[in-house]
Write a protein of this length. Structure first.
Length: 156
């Protein structure tokens, strides 16, 4: 499996771990240990196999979101449409956006276009409606604010 595939799997696992932390109030250490021992790279049941993930990248995303959550949430709130604060967004979408904004704002080694594309793909794994477009719009807005010099002109 390529590094890009392991990183994609790490992003998916990080979103799932952030979701679990949000709904169960478990701590990061417990959730990361659980994912490492029981989920990542494991055959969960007959229908579900979790792909092997780059563990350091997974832990960096989860830990980074937790460490910067207040700043990340403000950034997302500013990118969302007026009247739709982050607290009104469903938990999975919140987790996806938080991970994406963390990666765009803190992981300068990852091109913003890659981060946006990857988290839109993660969103497609959970939703079939307008949600992937919403994630794309929010992450594009954030990337243009924070790293616009790395993006081409906005297509319109």
């Amino acid at each position: 499996m390529s590094r890009a595939q392991r990183r994609s799997a790490a992003r998916m696992s990080a979103v799932q771990a952030l979701y679990e932390m949000d709904i169960t109030q478990k701590g990061m250490i417990d959730v990361c240990a659980e994912f490492e021992a029981h989920w990542i790279g494991q055959q969960v049941d007959d229908d579900l196999e979790m792909r092997e993930a780059e563990l350091s990248f997974f832990k960096d995303i989860v830990g980074g979101v937790i460490a910067h959550q207040s700043e990340i949430d403000k950034t997302i709130d500013n990118a969302l449409a007026k009247g739709w604060p982050l607290v009104r967004i469903e938990v999975v979408l919140r987790s996806i956006m938080r991970a994406g904004v963390y990666e765009i704002s803190q992981r300068k080694d990852v091109p913003p276009k890659v981060s946006i594309s990857e988290y839109v793909d993660v969103t497609h794994a959970f939703y079939v409606g307008d949600e992937p477009g919403m994630v794309n719009a929010v992450l594009d807005h954030v990337a243009r604010d924070l790293r616009g010099d790395e993006l081409g002109p906005k297509r319109g």
